[in-house]
Design a binder for this molecule. Structure first.
Ligand code: IMP
Ligand code: MG
Length: 189
């Protein structure tokens, strides 16, 4: 529920969130990352941007408008399903139709936290023999990241706090917020 008089706080489910990064600051960070991509990819064969749903949709939409070279776009999702074997939960990559063999791929994520998801994604895509893989994330939590996969492009670095907005959700709510909010200590009101 939103109070149009007060953009500083939002309430989602049982939590209160406070504005942490206003839309203008996000836009500056997206512009800076786009400038790096423009420099790095201008001379390469047409790269393929692969957005990870759902969280990356807003970032990738704004990012692509700032890219000045020819590029292609695809979206994927890491879907959990219960395996039939004792391995239990398995995550599979869905949504890629068409070969990425020999292509320059840029994976676009909303946030890299521990790195478990992005590592899984990179391993899956490596098996499809692209020419190169780069990772571009809107948010990066350096204090939480514990994997070896290089995170090449990081628009904004944050602490270990939980954030929502600009594509990121708290139990599916908050993706439509244009600013990014951080959870406050307040629980049930
Ligand atoms: P990781 O596998 O630990 O790097 O984090 C994977 C996923 O957790 C991200 O793709 C997000 O969906 C979610 N996540 C991690 N931190 C946050 C946060 O602060 N806000 C919203 N979602 C988050
Ligand atoms: Mg995600």
């Amino acid at each position: 529920m939103r109070n149009p008089e007060n953009r500083e706080f939002v309430r989602l489910h049982d939590r209160t969130f406070r504005v942490m990064i206003p839309a203008e600051r996000i836009d500056e960070a997206v512009t800076a990352v786009a400038a790096r991509l423009n420099a790095d990819y201008a001379e390469r064969p047409v790269p393929l941007f692969i957005g990870v749903l759902n969280g990356a949709f807003m970032f990738l939409s704004d990012l692509m408008k700032k890219l000045e070279f020819d590029c292609e776009l695809s979206f994927v999702k890491l879907a959990s399903y219960s395996g039939t074997s004792s391995t239990g939960k398995v995550k599979s990559l869905i949504g890629l139709n068409g070969s990425i063999e020999g292509r320059h791929v840029v994976i676009v994520e909303d946030i890299v936290d521990t790195g478990e998801s992005i590592e899984h994604m990179v391993r899956e895509l490596e098996g499809l023999r692209p020419a190169s893989i780069a990772v571009c994330t809107l948010f990066f939590k350096p204090g939480s990241y514990s994997r070896q996969v290089p995170i090449d492009y990081r628009a904004l670095e944050i602490g270990n706090e939980f954030i929502v907005g600009y594509g990121l959700d708290y139990d599916q709510l908050g993706r439509n917020l244009k600013d990014v909010y951080v959870v406050t200590g307040e629980g049930q009101a």
